[in-house]
Design a protein around this ligand. Sequence first.
Ligand code: GDP
Ligand code: IMO
Ligand code: MG
Length: 427
Amino acid sequence: MPLNVIVGLQWGDEGKGKITDLLSKNSDYVIRYQGGNNSGHSIHINNRHFVLHLIPSGIIYSHVNCIIGPGVVIDPKSLIQEIKNLESFGINTDKIYLSNRAHVIMPYHRLLDKYQEESLGKMSIGTTHRGIGPAYADKIGRVGIRIVDLMNIDLFRIKLKKNIDFKNQIITKIYKGDPIFFESIYEEYIEYAKIISHRIIDAVYEIHNAFHKRKKILFEGAQAMLLDINYGTYPYVTTSSCSTGGVCTGAGVPPSFLKNFIGIAKAYTTRVGNGPFPTEIKGDESSLIREKGNEYGTTTNRPRRCGWLDLVSLKYSCMINGINHLIITKLDVLSTLKVIKVCIEYRYNGKIIKYFPANIENNNIEVVYIEFYGWEKEIYHIRNYENLPENCKKYLKFIENYLNIRILLISVGPERTQNIIKNKSFF
Ligand code: GDP
Ligand code: IMO
Ligand code: MG
């Protein structure tokens, strides 16, 4: 059974949660392979609104096994709260499993995230302050604490002690902050370990066994391509491999297992946090899009920066991710605009280019747009492609032709049912 991967192609919040939920109906497993509770994935079903941060967006369907994979960083406090929230909505959480290889976010990671951001001043990344960067830094630095370590109290004690001694040097000497204390953190995490222990599995074997039993497996990307640690707008990125390549390293599956790479893009672009954004709109149209699209961060509630669709960066994202199916979301948000712009090229150091430079900054890129007439009527109720206004179809055709990838689905509202499905074989 071919495995499916969902990734965001822009700077996050493309609607991955909504689409993962839709595809979960026909999935046995939904697996997160990177990131942590920096994500915010919204799902709307009949006036009920679910927000997920760490738990895969397949959880609303009770038949789906939801795995938080080896490449994820887990904040147990936040995870336990998220499980409680879901249970208060009547959602069955029995099938949430955690990889024993995933790393644990500790209170000092959150603290260091905050200190690092403050020390960067004007160059701050605008992180979610969830401790994601410092947790991944410890992983790469080979001093991280894994979920499996929480199951061995003596080993956990030694590792935690070493980490706290070292982190206290940084906290007190570099950042001039107050030290943190071993005992209280140790006690707190031992309690968390008891609460989550029955969910811990060897996810690598579970996923391989499922594959050989021909189960339907969906990998849910968090964040998005332009926030990828290797290929995003570094250093204004997150600290994991958000691209489809991250599935192999973050879930322990070989590339040969993967078949369908589903890329999700909004019909325009948003970014939350700092960093370059060539097609950002500075004027009134930005707030028009923000209000109609409810562009406020799902995790931090910050207003998202809004801009036009950028086909140069989108092509770059599709290329690196091997996207073979495209989903366009939030098309309804553009419905009131008279003119819609699309970036087709950049002017970079005086030359026209169609590629995404490694050192992209707002002051070294000028954007070349083409303009489309808007359709100026609401489309949120439309379910059939043929019924879309002609100008809307022209816009979609242009995107398909530029990227040379067919559109699978067009999302025209936040509700589970607000979709125009072009390729029914997936749904
Ligand atoms: P994710 O991080 O990629 O899962 O996206 P978020 O959930 O953070 O942000 C997407 C927001 O847009 C959420 O509030 C969704 O409910 C909403 N949304 C998703 N698809 C559509 C759509 O087609 N139209 C509109 N208006 N809202 C949408
Ligand atoms: P979903 O999964 C949008 C951004 C932060 C910041 C940068 C680094 O909902 O699409 P971090 O806390 O990860 O170290 O912050 O990445 N960021 C996101 N932006 N959607 C997300 O997730 C994001 N997760 C992180 O705003 O600019
Ligand atoms: Mg989000």
